[in-house]
Design a protein around this ligand. Sequence first.
Ligand code: PA5
Length: 428
Amino acid sequence: MKLEIKYTEKFINKSELEQYKEKAAEANKSLELKSGKGNNFLGWVNLPSETSDNLLNNIYSTVENLNNDIDFMIIIGIGGSYLGAKAVIEALSDNFSAYKNDKKTKILFAGNNLSEDYLYEIRNLIKNKSYAVTVISKSGTTTEPAVAFRILKADLEKKYGKKEAKRRIIAITDKEKGALKKLADNENYKTYVIPDNVGGRFSVLTPVGLLPVAFAGFDIKKIIKGAADAENITKIKGNDAEIYAAVRNILYNKGYTNEILVNYNPKLNFFAEWWKQLYGESEGKDGKGIFPASAGFTTDLHSLGQYIQDGKRNLFETIISVEKSKHKIILEKDEQNLDNLNYLAGKQIEEINKSAEQGTLKAHIDGGVPNIRISIPEINEYNIGKLIYFFERACGISGYILGVNPFDQPGVEEYKRNMFRILGKPGL
Ligand code: PA5
């Protein structure tokens, strides 16, 4: 993994960078020493190096016990109890795996919205198939997953009977608190614990993310290895997570208040959704914070491209660039050349994609949009693990430089209070 900040040079000066590098090093030290704000939620800092093979093997054996019997695994969860798993699965999967008629368990997500149509249609899809459910909620009280679970649990029990339904339900929740924990204990479901000191949006490297990813058939040991390597690297003073956090704070203070996470590979579109929650919920508070947005290029160059090039100058971009594609397609020469594409003949599609990336980078910098570039050699479990930890670490550092507690989310409660009042929840 490589971080390049040379595309921000036009927008920031060396002394600013040196000053913010020092702030970033201090912030990183307080993460390491667990001495900063929200330090009771820093379990994620050493999580990769502390993840035992026992836990990973246990997850694999749960997968083995069910995988041959099911067509679908429904993952119920929202926010941090959903985005990480979906991001990793989409990054590692074939773009069209949902349509493939293979023996692999297909992963579906529910409880991540309150759409009646969504729930109806998912029930309709699975009713004549074999399926199981994993319900994930740290608090165990979140409305969206609780509603979906009540409905899908009843379906499972009706279809398979109570005993077999129990075998097909896994719960991931707090070790003692919450309605889900009570329910799981009562029903004797296979249960995994979300550590107390790991907040939802930092939980992808716990069973919250690892179990769904293992069900999807990916190597969770390699993900943890990548994350553990990143954990080691980001301890060191002056590492890339510190630099990324420093640069984005300098830009923020100069009025670049919106960051767009850009990719050139649709497999990473959902990774950006995970990243948006991580940064949005961690930094957006006390009237402060960079607004996290995302774009998938070249697709969005034909939609957001105009604004980025020419609109209000309060944007900067962070590009995730993947050096090597998984597959190779060469554009062949065509004798007639009616489409005038022979100038590209012999080129790999990825070469054309990279040219678009270079061209866009230059155009956007010329248009007044600072760019940060992060490249990974290829998309695989190891590199995704590394990238996840890198962004988590940088997020903690960045939040501390900004002066907020990056590990709470008081603002999320506001809509819930109103909704519960409207619905007449008892006890309000
Ligand atoms: O990051 C967070 O803490 C939140 O986004 C939660 O993950 C989200 O609200 C879901 O909460 P829970 O896992 O308690 O159902």
